[in-house]
Design a protein around this ligand. Structure first.
Ligand code: G3H
Ligand code: 13P
Ligand code: NA
Ligand code: ZN
Length: 328
């Protein structure tokens, strides 16, 4: 059934595991995620960005989710709005039947300009009031995602120019997190501890810790009832990059967040782990491979079936690694 994010993450907290939240834009992604969750008996968080709603159209997206819930009635499924930029976006997601919304008030309405703390509190609180009255969960965000090594903070999702920041600005402050949760009553909070969106996270292989794990623990101690969320959590598997390149793709050298780092973050209180890039890479690698090996192919089912299988393999690996397998 369709359930709230709060329900799924409360259970994850009680039993000490994390749940990957995969971005969806189309049928094949939804099928891959649900097949993997079914095979591993995991709760499911499907999330759609504003870009996904533009790409698929909200009616199609809504029906894809409904189809997932109907086809897998035995699985717990959360339908989550990713990076809502305004209360209106969150309201329309609730009207579409989403069981969870993210109000990302760390940025202004354009989704790129950093917002001040008071603005963030005001819009997030407004969404929580609307959402909780309807049994819908809310994720907020406090802090600026970005790389701790270079000090480059992102204007989210590649919109706008990246900015140079002090190390401290790239880490969510635990005391501010406590005040933010008290003022807004969010169910979950996205924190900045060194992750960033997209394929290009680190320009050399990670040696040792790439995330500020101590900061996760400090934030968790400050807001123990609030579920911590890690955006930008793709691991950017080297074998997928190599496959894309082998079959004609051009990707620069890059590294993602090691799965072991995420497992450590889960031990210290992270419960929702956002992944989009890894499924994009898996789909692209499989389709490129298929076209290279079968140049005469022109039935979309011929290349989309291996794409589903490749995404499903990534999802199963994350369900197992984060401990949500067997918890459905
Ligand atoms: O956080 C962003 C997600 O990767 C979604 O990306 O806005 O291109 O759909 P998108
Ligand atoms: P990745 O780009 O690392 O997959 O992160 C996705 C994300 O945070 C969606 O909100
Ligand atoms: Na932010
Ligand atoms: Zn994100």
């Amino acid at each position: 059934p369709l359930v709230s994010l709060r329900q799924v993450l409360d259970h994850a907290a009680d039993y000490g595991y994390g749940v990957p939240a995969f971005n969806v834009n189309n049928l094949e992604q939804v099928q891959a995620i649900l097949q993997a969750a079914d095979a591993t008996d995991s709760p499911v968080i499907l999330q759609a960005s504003a870009g996904a709603r533009r790409y698929a159209g909200e009616n199609f997206l809504q029906k894809l989710i409904e189809a997932a819930v109907k086809s897998y009635p035995h699985l717990l499924i959360v339908m989550h709005q990713d990076h809502g930029t305004t209360p209106q976006v969150c309201r329309s997601a609730m009207d579409m039947g989403f069981s969870s919304v993210m109000m990302d008030g760390s940025l202004r309405e354009d989704g790129a300009t950093p917002a001040d703390y008071d603005y963030n509190v005001a819009v997030t609180r407004e969404v929580v009031q609307l959402a909780h009255a309807r049994g819908v969960s809310v994720e907020g965000e406090l802090g600026c995602l970005g790389r701790l090594d270079t000090g480059v903070g992102e204007a989210e999702d590649g919109v706008g120019a990246n900015r140079a920041l002090d190390h401290d600005e790239l880490l969510t402050d635990p005391q501010q997190a406590r005040a933010f949760v008290a003022a807004t009553q969010v169910d979950a909070l996205a924190i900045a501890i060194g992750t960033s969106h997209g394929a290009y996270k680190f320009s050399s292989p990670p040696t040792g810790a790439v995330l500020a794990i101590d900061r996760v623990r400090e934030i968790h101690q400050a807001i123990p009832e609030t579920h911590l969320v890690l955006h930008g959590s793709s691991s950017v598997p080297q074998e997928l990059l190599e496959e894309v390149r082998r079959y004609g793709g051009e990707l620069k050298p890059t590294w993602g967040v090691p799965v072991e780092e995420i497992q450590r973050a889960i031990r210290y209180g992270v419960r929702k782990i956002n992944i989009d890039t890894d499924l994009r890479l898996a789909m692209t690698a499989a389709i490129r491979r298929h076209f290279a090996l079968h140049p005469a192919e022109f039935d979309p089912r011929g290349y989309l079936k291996p794409a589903i299988a490749a995404m499903r393999a990534v999802c199963e690996a994350r369900y197992e690694a984060f401990g949500s397998a067997g918890q459905g």
